[in-house]
Design a binder for this molecule. Structure first.
Ligand SMILES: [Zn+2]
Length: 699
C-alpha cells in the first residue's frame, strides 16, 4: 500500500488500483516488438487487398485465426451483403488538338519490387458510374462550388463537358467534388494529383523520398457518405444477408457521374493544350506550364465500365471478456481493406492492432484480464463509404447504446513521427494523461512530443488532409471530430465517445500502389518504432477505460469545449435573430455540474473506499451522457447523423453543432431556433444527470 500511495493516482483509479494498473501497463508495454510489427506489416502489404477481394477475405480468416491463437474469445467473422464497387475497364483518350492515350497506370519503380506486382489495379474511383462521353475538357481547380462560380464569370459552362480538377488546394473530399460536378451538369470528372500538393514541389519523390512520383494515382471512393454512410441500399439498418434493400436509384449516397483519377503524367497533356482565359494565380499548380481554364480546344473521349453490385464484406470481431463487468464494453477497431497494398492506409494500423491484441491476449493468460470487456474489430470496406463499421454499428446499435463505454479507432497508425490524438472533450484529459506514461522514439515522453507537434503545427497554421487540426487551446487533443473513418457510426449514430490515434508525416503516396512495404521501410517508419508505440498506446488507453474504478470522463472539460464551439459559431456574425442566452446558461450549468462531479469523484477515489453498487450507478450514468447528445430525428436533411455536437461537412471537414451551424449559415432562423432549443434541452438533461450522479456520491 505504501507504494500505491506514493504515486499520483491515474484518472478514474483509486490509489490501490492505480498501482495495480501501472503494473499491468508496464507488462503490456513490454510485449509489442518492432520485429513483430514489421512481420505483420509484411503479411498485410504482400498483395493488393481492396474491399470485397479474395485476398482481403483471406486476410479476414488470417486475423480470426491469429486472434484465436493470441487468446481472444468469441472470434467471429460477420458477413454483410452490401452494394460494392469494382472496376472493369477505363480508357481516356485526348482526341484534340493532339492525340494522347492516357496510361492510367502507375509505373513500377526499380527499387520497389512490390510496385511490379501484376495484380495492381489501374486508375479507378469507387462508385463511379459506367458510361462513355466525348466532350471538351475544362479545368475547374479544386472542383468546389466557388470554382464553378469563377468559371461562370469567365463565360465557361461545364454542362455536358469533362471537368478536370485537382485533389487539394484546398482539400475537399473527392465525393464532394463529384457531387459538385454532378450538380453543375458535367458529364464526367477527372481528379488528378498536382505535384504542388503531393509531388516534387514538396520534396523528393518515391523511391528517393516520401512524395508522389510522376505516375502517382490517388484512388478512392466518391460515395456521398456525408449524406449517409454504409451500404447505400440499407440507410440506417444492417446489411445482414436477406435484409430489406431500397432501390439503388433511390439511394442518397450514390453518385450519378463518371469519375476517374489521374496521375500528373496523364493530366499534363490535357492541361498544357487548354485554351480559354489564363487561370488565376491560386489555380496555378506545380507543373511547368501555364494553367488555363479551357473551353473548347481540348477534347477527350472517356469510357468507364464498372462492376458495381451486391457482394459480401466481412468484419472480424473478437474480444477479451471482462473479469468483473463483462457487459460494459470498450470497442477498438481498424479497417483492413486497402486501395492497393495499404502500406500506411490501413496496414500500419492493422499491424499495430495485431501486436496490441497479442499483448492483451498475453495479459489475460497471465491473469491480468481487463475488468470490462474489450471488443476488437477488423472492419471491411472503410474505403467504400465506411461500410463495414457502419453495418456492424447499425446491427448492434441498441446493445452498444446500453453497454459501450467508448470506441477507439486507429486507421493509419503511422506515416511519420507526429502524433495526432482526437477525442471527444470528455476524454481529452485521460488521453493526455495516458501519453505521459509512454516513451516517444525521440526520447521524450509521448506527451512532450505531442505538445511540440501541436505548437509547431499551430505556428505553421497547418491544415492538411481530411483531419484538419482542430486543437482547442486548453487541450492537446483535437476535439473537432469530422467524418472520414470508422469512428463515424459510433459517434454520430450510436452516441459513443470516441478517440482516434495516429502518427503522421510527409506522405505523398496516399491511396496509390506506392503506399506499400518499401515506402514504410524507407520513409514512413523504417524501424517500426512508431508502430510499436501505437500498439502500446492503443493497448494502454483501452486498459485505462476497461479497468477504471470510475470512468475517467471530464464533463467540465466537455462544457468548456461546447462553449468554444458556440463562440466560434457566433463570432463576427449578426446573431440578432437568434437568442442563444439559454444555450449559454445551459453550458454554464453543465460546466458547474461537471466540476462538482469531478471533485466528488476524485475525493471518492482518493478515499479508496468505493462501494461496488455505487460505482456501477456512477459508471452507467456517465456512459449515458454521450447518448444524451443524440437527437433521434438527426440533423436537418441528414437524419442518420444524430449527434448534435459533432458532424461533418460534405467536404469531410469537421462541423461543430452541425444542425445549428448549418441553419445559422443559411440564415434559416426558425430552424436555428429549433436546433438551439434541442441543444438547450440536451444540456439541461445532462446537467440534471450529472447532478444526480453527484448527489449519489455526496449523500
Ligand atoms: Zn484508411
Amino acid at each position: 500500500m505504501s507504494v500505491a500511495h506514493a504515486q499520483t493516482p491515474i484518472l478514474g483509479f483509486t490509489p490501490a488500483s492505480s498501482a495495480r494498473q501501472t503494473d499491468i501497463e508496464n507488462k503490456l508495454k513490454s510485449i509489442p516488438s518492432a520485429d513483430e510489427e514489421r512481420r505483420q506489416h509484411r503479411i498485410f502489404t504482400a498483395e493488393p487487398h481492396v474491399a470485397g477481394s479474395k485476398r482481403n477475405n483471406e486476410l479476414a480468416d488470417y486475423i480470426a485465426e491469429e486472434w484465436r491463437k493470441q487468446g481472444l474469445e468469441d472470434v467471429v467473422i460477420r458477413r454483410y451483403d452490401v452494394y460494392g464497387t469494382n472496376p472493369k475497364s477505363a480508357s481516356l483518350e485526348m482526341i484534340a488538338p493532339v492525340h494522347y492515350q492516357a496510361t492510367l497506370r502507375e509505373a513500377p519503380l526499380d527499387a520497389d519490387p512490390d510496385s511490379k506486382n501484376p495484380a495492381i489495379s489501374g486508375a479507378w474511383l469507387g462508385m463511379s458510374i459506367s458510361g462513355e462521353v466525348t466532350a471538351p475538357v475544362v479545368y475547374a481547380h479544386s472542383g468546389n462550388p466557388e470554382d464553378y462560380d469563377l468559371l461562370r464569370k469567365n463565360g465557361i459552362d461545364v454542362k455536358g463537358k469533362i471537368v478536370l480538377v485537382r485533389y487539394s488546394n484546398p482539400y475537399s473530399y473527392r465525393g464532394f467534388k463529384a457531387l459538385t460536378a454532378q450538380r453543375e451538369g458535367a458529364a464526367a470528372i477527372l481528379i488528378y494529383s498536382d505535384p504542388a500538393e503531393s509531388g516534387y514541389k514538396k520534396g523528393k519523390v518515391d523511391p528517393d523520398g516520401p512524395w508522389g512520383p510522376e505516375y502517382y494515382i490517388q484512388r478512392g471512393a466518391i460515395t456521398y457518405d456525408f449524406m449517409v454512410p454504409g451500404d447505400p441500399q440499407t440507410p440506417g439498418w444492417a446489411s445482414v444477408p436477406g435484409a430489406k434493400r431500397i432501390p439503388i436509384d433511390e439511394a442518397a449516397s450514390m453518385p450519378k457521374i463518371m469519375a476517374l483519377p489521374l496521375s500528373w503524367h496523364d493530366a499534363k497533356p490535357l492541361l498544357e493544350d487548354m485554351d480559354g482565359p489564363l487561370a488565376p494565380a491560386d489555380w496555378q499548380g506545380g507543373l511547368p506550364i501555364q494553367y488555363h481554364l479551357g473551353g473548347e480546344r481540348v477534347r477527350a473521349h472517356l469510357k468507364i465500365e464498372m462492376d458495381n453490385g451486391i457482394q459480401p464484406y466481412y468484419v472480424v470481431e473478437g474480444r477479451i471478456r471482462g473479469a468483473d463487468l463483462p457487459d460494459e464494453w470498450v470497442v477498438l477497431g481498424n479497417h483492413r481493406d486497402a486501395w492497393v497494398f495499404g502500406g500506411v492506409d490501413p496496414s500500419s494500423g492493422t499491424a499495430s492492432m495485431m501486436e496490441m491484441t497479442r499483448a492483451l491476449g498475453q495479459l489475460a493468460k497471465l491473469g491480468m484480464r481487463p475488468r470490462r470487456t474489450i471488443i476488437v474489430c477488423s472492419w471491411d470496406g472503410e474505403e467504400v463509404g465506411l461500410t463495414g463499421s457502419t453495418e456492424w454499428g447499425e446491427q448492434f446499435a441498441e446493445e452498444l447504446r446500453a453497454k459501450a463505454v467508448a470506441y477507439i479507432n486507429v486507421d493509419e497508425a503511422t506515416s511519420g513521427p507526429n502524433f495526432h490524438g482526437q477525442a471527444v472533450a470528455s476524454l481529452a484529459p485521460m488521453l493526455e494523461e495516458t501519453t505521459r506514461t509512454l516513451q516517444d522514439p525521440s526520447g521524450k515522453t509521448l506527451y512532450d512530443a505531442w505538445k511540440e507537434t501541436v505548437a509547431r503545427e499551430k505556428e505553421e497554421g497547418q491544415q492538411s488532409g481530411p483531419f484538419q487540426s482542430g486543437v482547442v487551446s486548453s487541450t492537446l487533443a483535437d476535439t473537432r471530430i469530422g467524418s472520414g473513418s470508422d469512428h463515424t457510426v459510433f459517434l454520430n449514430f450510436i452516441g459513443m465517445p470516441v478517440i482516434g490515434l495516429g502518427f503522421e508525416g510527409d506522405y505523398g503516396v496516399y491511396h496509390s500502389a506506392y503506399d506499400d512495404f518499401y515506402w514504410m521501410n524507407h520513409f514512413g517508419d523504417p524501424g517500426y518504432r512508431y508502430h510499436t508505440l501505437m500498439s502500446q498506446l492503443w493497448g494502454v488507453t483501452a486498459l485505462r477505460l476497461s479497468n477504471a474504478d470510475l470512468l475517467p470522463f471530464d464533463f467540465a472539460s466537455y462544457a468548456g469545449n461546447i462553449r468554444q464551439f458556440v463562440d466560434e459559431l457566433t463570432k463576427g456574425k449578426d446573431m440578432t435573430p437568434l437568442d442563444l442566452s439559454g444555450v449559454r446558461k445551459g453550458i454554464d450549468a453543465f460546466e458547474a455540474a461537471g466540476g462538482r462531479l469531478n471533485d466528488s469523484l476524485n475525493r471518492k477515489l482518493a478515499s479508496g473506499q468505493l462501494d461496488r453498487q455505487l460505482a456501477q450507478t456512477l459508471n452507467r450514468g456517465m456512459m449515458q451522457v454521450e447518448r444524451n447528445w443524440l437527437n433521434p430525428d438527426g440533423i436537418p436533411g441528414r437524419p442518420w447523423f444524430k449527434h448534435i455536437l459533432y458532424g461533418a461537412r460534405f467536404t469531410y471537414a469537421h462541423l461543430e453543432l452541425p444542425g445549428l451551424t448549418e441553419a445559422v449559415e443559411k440564415q434559416d432562423w426558425p430552424t436555428a431556433r429549433q436546433q438551439a432549443e434541442i441543444l438547450e434541452r440536451a444540456l439541461k438533461k445532462n446537467t440534471e444527470l450529472v447532478d444526480r450522479l453527484n448527489s449519489s456520491l455526496t449523500h
